[in-house]
Design a protein around this ligand. Structure first.
Ligand SMILES: *Cc1c(COP(=O)(O)O)cnc(C)c1O
Ligand SMILES: [Zn+2]
Length: 414
């Protein structure tokens, strides 16, 4: 049982059944799941959610699949951490980190896949597929394994080893495509036309993207049922960025929080910054880019929700950071050294953008600000390997230790 009603075109508002479809037949606009909010309002309460499972399924009433038949490997309900040390370093007095590195496959993609895979199985699919920048491949492979479904996942050929092995271990058919993500995505859109498979981010994308709302729900619940003043969110396709706000608004529509006035700010790598560039130029039309950045999980040059991301930046008074590869590495180190969280490159993009926006005065020191850390650092060790202090290597004697330790102290970096 779900309170989802239908799929509706975001442009012309035509409605469709809850099937495997991602665009409108009439105007080719994207379709989105709608719900019976009156019925949800009657069913939900803060108390009912708080008594639910410690996973995203505590928000079952807001999701477009039958929660009792869900594929559940424990995605969601990750820690919200009061980041006092990082806040002090950046001059932000009320900073929080939403730590989504601790999901079952170590990225926020477990949220979207949990929902998409569950809905796909309900619709009768036995094969899960995706076009991925890495993390999605990991999560689709894991969920398919747990559900006894077959997985066929497509990735760009040049991904980090951790992301490749992090898929292979679950036994999918892993396909490296000689091309960038935008080429992979184009190929999958063509394949979805002729193979009867559930491509989680193509033909069942409307269900996939609903999974991202749960980050908005969780943050509001964890703050004691209130929306943050400001969110800083990494943007790849822009879906996560847009859906966190949808989550906050649904809590308001169903009576669980006051009307959110949250400013939504984005984070992109300078080497793939179609949204940030358009925002800086004051344009609502982004130009697709050819990505060149170490933040491979965000390397989408032609973002599906790029336009809606720009609309949201404008509507909420947000800003969009754009940071270099060196700043990304520095951001990863800063987060680790201040808060003890090892994030992948996308986390470096978020922290470096947070720093940039704070320095530019675009984030007010007294705003309750949440930065979303979406993937774990062991997936992208290559990015920081060269930038870290090498370990001391010694013989197993006190003298050898003291010589090496003394030399390190003398450098002032112990
Ligand atoms: C996929 C991904 C995002 C954002 O994805 P959207 O396509 O914008 O929804 C952010 N961080 C990480 C680590 C990701 O893998
Ligand atoms: Zn339409």
């Amino acid at each position: 049982m779900s309170f989802a009603k239908n799929l509706r075109c975001r442009e012309c508002h035509r409605e469709y059944a809850l099937e495997a479809r991602h665009v409108c037949d009439f105007c080719f606009g994207p379709v989105e799941v709608t719900y019976d909010y009156d019925a949800i309002r009657k069913s939900v309460s803060r108390d009912r959610i708080e008594r639910g499972p410690a996973s995203l399924w505590r928000y079952r009433d807001y999701l477009p699949c039958d929660p009792d038949a869900a594929i559940d490997i424990g995605a969601g309900f990750t820690p919200l951490i009061r980041a006092k040390n990082l806040g002090k370093a950046l001059g932000l007095n009320h900073l929080y980190i939403k730590n989504d590195t601790v999901n079952p496959t170590w990225s926020f993609k477990d949220r979207v896949v949990a929902v998409a895979a569950s809905r796909a199985r309900e619709l009768g699919y036995d094969k899960l597929a995706c076009a991925s920048t890495g993390n999605l491949a990991n999560s689709v492979s894991a969920h398919a394994a747990a559900a006894g479904m077959e997985a066929v996942v497509f990735i760009p050929h040049d991904l980090e080893l951790g992301k490749v092995l992090g898929s292979s271990i679950y036994g999918p058919t892993l396909v490296k495509v000689r091309g960038n993500y935008d080429a992979v995505n184009r190929l999958c859109a063509e394949l979805a036309g002729s193979y009867n498979w559930a491509f989680v981010n193509v033909n069942v994308r409307p269900y996939y993207s609903e999974g991202s709302k749960t980050l908005g729900f969780e943050v509001a619940e964890q703050l004691g049922w209130r929306a943050p003043d400001h969110c800083v969110v990494p943007i790849a396709s822009g879906s996560l960025f847009v859906k966190i706000r949808k989550g906050l608004q649904e809590l308001w529509k169903t009576g669980l929080i006051d009307e959110p006035k949250t400013r939504m700010s984005g984070a992109q790598a300078a080497g793939c910054s179609p949204v940030a560039t358009a925002w800086q130029e004051g344009s609502m039309n982004f130009r697709p880019q050819r990505p060149n950045t170490i933040a491979k999980s965000l390397a989408i040059g032609n973002p599906a929700d790029g336009y809606y991301s720009l609309v949201q930046l404008k509507e909420t008074g947000g800003a969009c950071g754009s940071v270099t590869d060196d700043e990304i590495v520095a951001g990863m180190k800063l987060l680790a050294e201040t808060e003890g969280i090892f994030a992948e490159t996308a986390g470096g993009v978020t922290i470096a953008s947070l720093k940039q926006l704070a320095e530019q005065g675009r984030i007010h020191p007294d705003e309750l600000t949440v930065a979303f850390i979406t993937g774990a650092g062991f997936k992208t060790v290559e990015a920081v390997a060269e930038a870290l202090n090498p370990p001391l290597e010694i013989d197993a004697t006190i003298e050898s230790f003291e010589a090496a330790y003394g030399a390190r102290l003398a450098q002032g970096v112990a």
